[in-house]
Write a new protein. Structure first.
Length: 223
């Protein structure tokens, strides 16, 4: 399935870049939702296989993953295998608007209840420090900058962490962009895992002139 994206803006002003990111996010979410079930399953299986390989040397790690929404890759089977190997899993809890996420321990037996944007959150488990943080990718570039839903939760959470975990972006290779035009405070991931494989992000910082100092567009977690 082809992915038709808006052309990058000629102007580098904040408004043009914000509008472009908004349009690209819409297009990427539309592409993902339009994937037929067989293709989505095939690509997801490839991603889960690479993710399982990534976890092989991290059997004792506490891994914060995400509850799948809007046709994201479902990593729960891989996380179950990680638990079976002696690791721990956690899911994010959003205390409130514009606040960093905290992570609570999760197992398949954990009671869940709707939280922010009606996304299920763990109930009755302890907050835990995490070694690895998984970030779902709506889109991304090779420098590790991610295009999320526009809420800024991951960047806000990383800024608040006393000890930064290893951040791993999870998404479909087809959503790789040349440059997502990151905001000034966007934080790149350390590792990218897609259906193509595992990529450790090198020092590919985008020049300051190509980065916009602007606020994230409206959040599309529930659109």
């Amino acid at each position: 399935m082809s992915l038709d994206l808006p052309s990058a803006p000629v102007a580098k002003d904040a408004k043009s870049q914000s509008e472009w990111r908004h349009a690209v996010r819409r297009a990427l979410l539309g592409w993902r939702s339009a994937l037929d079930a067989a293709t989505h399953q095939s690509l997801s299986n490839q991603i889960r296989t690479h993710f399982t390989t990534f976890l092989e040397n991290r059997a004792g790690a506490t891994v914060a993953f995400y509850w799948p929404i809007q046709d994201e890759v479902d990593l729960r089977p891989a996380m179950q295998a990680h638990l079976n190997a002696g690791g721990k899993a956690a899911l994010p809890v959003v205390p409130g608007k514009d606040q960093p996420m905290v992570f609570h321990e999760w197992t398949p037996q954990t009671k869940m209840a709707p939280g922010f944007a009606q996304i299920p959150e763990p109930q009755g488990t302890d907050a835990v420090a995490v070694h690895v943080l998984l970030a779902p990718l709506v889109g991304f570039d090779s420098a590790g900058y991610r295009l999320g839903y526009g809420g800024g939760f991951f960047d806000r959470t990383l800024a608040a962490e006393k000890r930064r975990p290893l951040v791993v972006g999870i998404g479909f290779e087809a959503t790789r962009l040349a440059n997502i035009m990151p905001h000034e405070y966007d934080v790149p991931v350390d590792v990218l895992i897609t259906d193509r494989g595992i990529q450790t992000v090198r020092d590919q910082a985008i020049p300051v002139d190509d980065r916009a100092d602007l606020t994230s567009p409206p959040c599309h977690l529930s659109s």
